[in-house]
Design a protein around this ligand. Structure first.
Ligand code: PGA
Length: 250
């Protein structure tokens, strides 16, 4: 039985005092939840957030990292830098990074391997554009992205990886994939993982849905066979709404 995982992706939002207030507000709900709760916060909130989640069940993640250990990469943050302050998760390959910061399947793969090697748990994002969807390429795109992201990842490492299926046309647009559509895409991703690693592993991998998830549509998504929670953007910025999503995943 897979556990549901609700992860907030704050993107470039929230100052440290807002982060701390948010965490204190949702802590009671997160502590009594059956699902896992992760907050992926901006770098500048990491330290404050990690201090504030002590004695709670909330886990903290970053939103990106570089694949090199150290060196002349102005403005970048390494996996080691995250790990040494006790960050547990890191989002890799979010579509906004692929779109605005030229991330490719190759750089995503390098980051995934580095994250795992360093002891961070990657949340790997895959998803098709509207054009690709309309051309009937969804299945090809999401299975290819998944396979490439996981190249070189060993079987035993899959239980420390989360995949987030995020159709790009649904991110921040208010348009959600229907629960059935999202579930079918996630099943395809699971099938691809099965081809590489076998059914036992594929059945255990956590695969979230992301893209305009909110308190009103989450329940239907969570009632499906294969959607193991959500990566939540906009609706993770308001404590009361995020709490409702956590409650729905119980
Ligand atoms: P959204 O973002 O919930 O605001 O659509 C999701 C994401 O980008 O992870």
């Amino acid at each position: 039985m897979r556990k549901k995982v609700i992860a907030g992706n704050w993107k470039m939002n929230m100052l440290p005092n807002e982060a701390m207030n948010f965490i204190n507000a949702i802590a009671p709900v997160a502590n009594s939840a059956n699902c896992e709760v992760i907050l992926c916060v901006p770098y500048t909130d990491l330290f404050y957030s990690l201090l504030t989640v002590q004695d709670t069940k909330i886990k903290i993640g970053a939103q990106n990292m570089h694949w090199e250990e150290k060196g002349a990469y102005t403005g970048e943050i390494s996996a080691e830098m995250l790990k040494c302050i006790n960050v547990e998760y890191v989002i890799i390959g979010h579509s906004e990074r692929r779109q605005y910061f030229a991330e490719t399947d190759e750089t995503v793969n390098k980051k995934v391997l580095k994250a795992i090697h360093t002891g961070l748990k990657p949340i790997i994002c895959v998803g098709e554009t509207l054009e690709q969807r309309e051309n009937g390429e969804t299945s090809f795109i999401i299975t290819t992205q998944t396979r490439k992201a996981l190249e070189g990842v060993e079987k035993e490492q899959l239980n420390n990886i989360i995949i987030a299926y995020e159709p790009i046309w649904a991110i921040g647009t208010g348009k959600t994939a229907t629960a059935e559509d999202a579930n079918n895409s996630i099943k395809e991703i699971r099938k691809e993982i099965e081809k590489i690693y076998g059914k036992d592993i594929a059945d255990c991998v956590i695969i979230q849905y992301g893209g305009s998830v909110n308190k009103d549509n989450c329940q239907e998504l969570f009632n499906t066979s294969d959607i193991d929670g959500a990566l939540v953007g906009g609706a993770s910025l308001k404590a009361s709404e995020f709490e409702e999503i956590i409650r729905s995943a119980n």
